[in-house]
Design a protein around this ligand. Sequence first.
Ligand code: GLC
Ligand code: GLC
Length: 648
Amino acid sequence: MYTDPINLELEARRSLQRMLPRLEAQLAGQITTAPQIWADFRKRLEAQLPTLFALYHHLYARRYDFFYHFENLLQALAQAAFERSPDLRALDQEREARPDWFQSNQMVGGVCYVDLFAGNLAGLRNQIPYFKELGLTYLHLMPLFKMPAGENDGGYAVSSFREVDAPLGSMAELAGLAQELRAQGISLVLDLIINHTSNEHEWVQRARAGDPEYREIYGIFPDRTVPDAYGRHLRDIFPDEHPGAFTWDEGLQSWIWTTFHSYQWDLNYANPMVFNKMAAELLFLANQGIEIFRLDAVAFIWKELGTGCENLPEAHLILQGFNALTRIAAPAVLFKSEAIVHPDDVVKYISPQECQLSYNPLLMALLWNTLATRNVNLLAQALASRFKLPPGTAWVNYVRCHDDIGWTFADDDAARLNINGHDHRQFLNEFYRGRFPGSFARGLPFQENPRTRDCRISGTCASLAGLEKALAEEGPAEVDLAIRRIALIYSLVMTAGGVPLIYLGDEIGTLNDYSYLDHPDHKRDSRWVHRPRASREQYARRSNPAEVAGRVYRHFQEVIALRKATAALSGGELEVIDAENEHVLCFSRTSHDQRVVIFANFTEVEQTIAPKILQQNHLLQKPMRHGSGRLGADGSLTLPPLAFVLLG
Ligand code: GLC
Ligand code: GLC
């Protein structure tokens, strides 16, 4: 018999009409006590349901139990909406009314580990005055969920998304902290580790106990047939630990899909139960007051035979599904994608319907590239061709985070500038490992692949920028240059557009900490070299301008104050200007009818910009708002070594 092709819009409406009475019956008590919550929920549900339904249908329609899972999902959404606190519901309305709030030049982000920065959540709460002093409006706490006691990938192996790791505090304390931060104008950001759980998670335990529903939550294979078939197309992510993406499990006598460490079991999103379970965890955390989720390792969440299992279209559908359901049950929530992949793929995660925010790994890598080469061409090209984002979205710009630095520029972009990508990466690795003649950096290799000799780089901002070497071997002139390098790249991050993110510790010039080598659970992972315990003594020195910590800190204070006072720096509108000097990056920023122009000298010597550049950009009468450039009588601009100058 003939059937019409499915009209998803119509089916979405029809499904809603069928399910609403059932939902209303189930929730009758709550609807009577809180009719307004129900009314708001229904409104949002009706607006978003066609989107959510279409995504879910696309992902799961071939499952005979599709409708059962979809109805469960809607129930969970309604339940979460009723559980949302009054102040979070007020926040929902505020953010719906001002969806571009995160584009403001007032935004400044910081990220730290709870234990390393302040011991525990109570200690962290005591640091709020410091966060205010620094001007933070966004605080990302590194994973703090229940985790295995030994190796746990810095918390990225989660044993329960609903429990805080006991030494750090409790979920109630976390919710209290979120509320307190919000009252102080700081949004709390947490990771949602969506690709995997630890092998100690309750779901793993139930799978181990033989529950068939739970076995389907992970990728569990009795022999090598399927793993080998997939494996042919996969990249090694942690080759130090295990080649390929599978780990043998004695207990289950099976191969487990483990993209990262063998104790991190990948979730199987082809199963709608996994989508629903993670949606429930997400909403639970949103209701604790988490405003922004850093979605970890998003590139890997969907697997398809015959592909590299990275950045597949379905990965986007899952994220869009999560986005649609937060619009229904917790609309204040934003997503930030962590996709440290080819620049063509990074941008695919960014849209108001998917991740409104994204790390900008390209800018990060190219800032370090430019410090090493003293040539701005690759960076200028990236800013000109890859920086613009759709309205309603923003980059999170950073120079360091808890992870290694990978050189994720596009080989094609490099080739256009006659740079061989492969060779250039080798150079950068040598440079930042401190092995290239004249290098100022002290970095360590991470995940050196014995097969390809490829690696990534670990190290703190200060050590990579030369401060460690200068202090140990070289003396005041080099110390000064290292501080200028730190100030230069952080100033660019503060002014380029989007949300700047400080890896806390960088603002006081924290050096590499090699003591991780004595720690049995850390010594195999060089990323711990840039995850030191915060030194309160060094933090105390931040107010002393004679100390290195104080000198670095002063630069941060100045450029943050500049950012907050300059409306042109909000939003993400950036135009690259050719300053006709390959050592100087130049660009303008425009917003709120204001325009400013920035010059950044990436060399250790003075650079001069020709008068015509200033003329053409109407800069001759403009005040120098930041930095110590010299405007010559002829209209030229002379930039001191490693100077950052803002005119306008
Ligand atoms: C992300 C984290 C990284 C972790 C990995 C696995 O890339 O940033 O630290 O190792 O995910 O969870
Ligand atoms: C890989 C992943 C990235 C992760 C990193 C951890 O590069 O692509 O997501 O941050 O490993 O080192």
